[in-house]
Write a protein that binds this ligand. Structure first.
Ligand code: AMP
Ligand code: ZN
Length: 504
């Protein structure tokens, strides 16, 4: 066992696919026994959808598996509340700030200012996070609270010759960082050929130079800096906050697959230019959650929020179960079927928990008839998690344990019930699917009508087509008809979304 590898006395090692080296490899820790982990958090301009949570759940499962191996974890996950622009894939960072744009949308009307909007969606996010049994990070830093550090970093990069100022902002000069592209394969050479590299500022030295600071004295959220009024580029916050709370070299950095480029590539360039050290020793990215084979995203309007599913009557643990039921390295299709299967499995855990509690209470004499088998099943589930978070095998093994318990439910001896309790506790620690870990008030669900999402999706599409064909009467009729059913269509900057009126 190499020194510093994340392993247990039993020689178990957590092995994960590393985006940088493109192979599954053991998670090596700079400080033995201590995992220092940064995962990019949400942009709080709207409710997070369950696709976002799929990515956060990957991070959660890493933490749980590491802890099961006896490792201490320091976990940092940020809140992006400024600087994430609508065209963040363009190096210049084009479009509008997502936060400012949300304030100007219809939903934004309920807020006095962008700070209030950020706070509202952050609170909603933290509540969903808790409902899904996600582990709390030790630090949840906000971009707006780390402005000084970001400005200092931009100044330092300029002083070192890695960045320069133009009339519109400060840009990182990718030519000054020869290994730019090592994570994504988007080297400068490749980028020059990429047609989507829209250059908004002619003063840039190279078209792929990306924004560290945007000058803008009209922006809703602006700070004074040596470069004048403005706000930081989205990538800078993570470089600065990761280093501040976790040191110059992280053990592991995570996010969804869309963050590989440009976000993480740019984080690497900034951080490594600043410190001269590797930014992270391991990179992990979760493939997208899909709906009907398409990426779940706000702009496509095909997303579900946690609260929407809860209002439809889903159990939060079942949402969690469905979201982790496929391995993170493959896209996962979210369907009604996967959710109702998960509901059935969560129910098995609930019944097992109740049977064990009754067995402890009854205190029947007799041998422990299930302990050895349950221990084997737990070990197999843990092995599967150590094998690049193979959740489908881990969940199947764990579920077998409920069969073992439920088979004996009526006659469990005290000794068997004790083994059952140990098993369920350990499975809950590892996978978070047995019982809620926080006490939260119930959402109001009683008045929620049942809805047919596929039909609503088709009607939204019909309305878009009608508008395109300038048939506004039909478009309006579709909206009115849905409204009569208690479903409100909202045209947001990210596309048309629908909400149940009873949930407003
Ligand atoms: P955002 O709030 O847009 O900054 O996204 C927060 C996290 O969710 C990022 O790590 C994204 O990569 C991730 N993400 C966005 N859409 C999906 C999806 N459909 N499936 C999985 N992860 C996603
Ligand atoms: Zn980030």
């Amino acid at each position: 066992m190499p020194n510093g590898t994340l392993s247990q006395m039993s020689e178990r090692t957590l092995r994960l696919y590393d985006t940088m080296t493109r192979q599954v490899k053991p998670l090596e820790l700079v400080e033995p026994g201590h995992l220092r982990f940064y995962s990019c958090g949400p942009t709080v301009y709207s409710y997070a959808h369950i696709g976002n949570f799929r990515t956060f759940l990957t991070a959660d499962l890493i933490i749980r598996t590491a802890q099961a191996l006896g490792t201490r974890v320091t976990y940092v996950s940020n809140i992006t509340d400024v600087g994430h622009l609508t065209q963040d894939d363009v190096a210049d960072a084009g479009g509008e700030d997502k936060m400012a744009r949300a304030l100007q949308s219809k939903e934004g009307e309920q807020f006095n200012n962008v700070w209030e909007l950020a706070e509202y969606y952050e609170d909603a996010f933290l509540e969903d996070w808790a409902r899904l049994n996600l582990k709390e990070p030790q630090v949840r830093p906000r971009a707006t609270q780390h402005m000084r550090e970001q400005i200092v970093a931009a100044e330092q990069l300029i002083a070192q010759g890695n960045a320069y100022e133009t009339p519109t902002g400060v840009y990182f000069n990718v030519e000054s960082f020869p290994s730019y592209g090592k994570l994504s394969g988007n080297t400068q050479e490749n980028l020059k050929k990429a047609s989507r590299e829209v250059v908004l500022d002619d003063n840039k030295r190279d078209q792929s130079d990306f924004a560290l600071w945007k000058k803008d004295d009209k922006h809703l959220m602006q700070w004074y800096s040596p470069f004048g009024w403005g706000f930081p580029g989205w990538h800078l916050e993570c470089s600065v906050m990761a280093r501040m709370y976790l040191g110059e070299t992280l053990d592991l950095h995570a996010g969804g697959e869309d963050l590989i480029f440009p976000h993480h590539e740019c984080e690497i360039a900034q951080s490594e230019a600043l410190t001269g050290k590797p930014f992270s020793n391991h990179w992990i990215h979760t493939r997208f959650l899909q709906v009907n084979g398409e990426k779940m995203s706000k702009s496509l309007g095909n997303y579900y929020t946690v609260r929407f599913l809860l209002e439809k009557g889903a159990d939060p643990l079942a949402i969690r179960y469905a979201l982790i039921s496929g391995v993170y390295t493959k896209p996962l299709n979210f369907t009604d079927q996967s959710l109702s299967d998960a509901m059935g499995n969560i129910d098995r855990y609930r019944r097992s928990d109740a049977a064990v509690a009754a067995g402890l209470e009854a205190a029947r004499p007799g041998d422990d008839a299930i302990g050895t088998l349950l221990e084997e099943l737990y070990d197999q589930a843990l092995d599967a998690m150590c094998n690049d978070l193979n959740t489908s095998v881990a969940l199947a093994k764990a579920l077998e344990g409920t069969r073992v318990i439920l088979r004996e439910a009526e006659t469990l001896s005290l000794a068997s019930a004790e083994s059952g309790k140990v098993y369920l506790d350990r499975i809950n620690d590892l996978l978070g699917i047995v019982r809620p870990e926080r006490v939260l008030a119930d959402l109001q669900t009683e008045s929620a009508p049942k809805v047919d999402e596929a039909r609503i999706g088709a009607l939204i599409q019909e309305r878009i087509d009608a508008k395109k064909a300038k048939n506004f009467a039909l478009a309006d009729q579709i909206r009115k008809d849905l409204e009569a059913e208690g479903i409100e269509l909202r045209d947001t900057p990210e596309g048309t979304v629908w909400v149940l009126k009873s949930t407003l």
